[in-house]
Each structure stands twice: as structure tokens, then as C-alpha cells.
Design a protein around this ligand. Structure first.
Ligand code: ZN
Length: 147
């Protein structure tokens, strides 16, 4: 019996089941044939967020942001670079609080940018304020190392 993990495609949302012992890097979606991880955060709306939260076999790093938020715009390229370092261990999502206000309300987001580390449908850690790429990566790894 071989273990497998579920990875939600960042392009079409299809749930892919990959053997845990196979390298995820370079794997392509069974539905849209795009790379399952392409080194970029995935922009999600409410439905997309819920899908990843419920189905992702890898932890999620969620950037809650809004277009009018200066620090969010400052952090965007840093978050983008963090994706290249954290994938495929972690799936990076970008959630626009203006487009999905119900999600940020549900999560109790009080200020942006906020980073959330989530796995198995629950929150592992959260932090607010803009961070550079090394800090984002270090904060994520520290959160994942926590029991
Ligand atoms: Zn796909």
C-alpha cells in the first residue's frame, strides 16, 4: 500500500492524487496538464480558498491582501519569491480581502497584510505586517516545525 497526497491544481482546481514517494516538482495536472506547482502563488476567491483548505495535502501559506494596501503591494514580490523557495512543500495562496470579505471575516482578519499558515483545515500560525522573502520563508518553516 503506498501513501498518496492530494494536491489541488493551482490552475483549474482539480484535485490530483500523487504518490507520496514521487517528486511533486514537475508533476502535471491530470485535468489541465499545467504544472501543479509553477513557482507562483495561486490567486483564490472564496470558493478556491475553501477548496484548497479542505483538500490540500500540503500546508497552505495564505497572503491576505488588498489592492489599496501599500504594505501589501510592497510584500507582493517578496511573497512571489517565497513561492519558489517553499513549493512544493507548501502551497502559497493570495486572497484578496476585497473580493472575499466573508473569508477574512470568518478568519477574523483585523489588519492586512496578514499571513496565515494552515493545514488540514486549521490554522497553525498567523502574523501581520509586511515581511521580506527570508523572513516569510523562516516564519513558515518555524510554523511547520511546531508540533
Ligand atoms: Zn489543473
Amino acid at each position: 500500500m503506498s501513501a498518496s497526497r492530494q494536491i489541488v491544481c493551482g490552475h483549474c482546481g482539480r484535485i490530483n492524487r500523487l504518490p507520496a514517494d514521487r517528486a511533486v516538482t514537475g508533476a502535471r495536472c491530470g485535468s489541465c496538464h499545467q504544472p501543479i506547482f509553477d513557482g507562483h502563488p495561486v490567486e483564490v476567491d472564496e470558493a478556491g480558498f475553501d477548496r484548497h483548505l479542505a483538500q490540500s495535502g500540503v500546508p497552505l501559506l495564505v497572503d491576505v491582501w488588498a489592492p489599496w494596501c501599500g504594505p501589501c503591494r510592497t510584500m507582493a514580490p517578496m511573497f512571489e519569491r517565497a513561492a519558489r523557495q517553499l513549493e512544493p512543500k507548501v502551497r502559497l495562496l493570495k486572497l484578496n480581502a476585497d473580493i472575499a470579505p466573508s473569508v477574512s471575516a470568518r478568519l477574523g482578519i483585523s489588519g492586512i497584510p496578514t499571513l496565515l499558515l494552515m493545514h488540514g483545515g486549521r490554522e497553525i500560525a498567523r502574523t501581520s505586517g509586511a515581511m521580506d522573502t527570508p523572513k516569510i520563508v523562516a516564519w513558515t518553516m518555524a510554523g511547520l516545525a511546531r508540533p
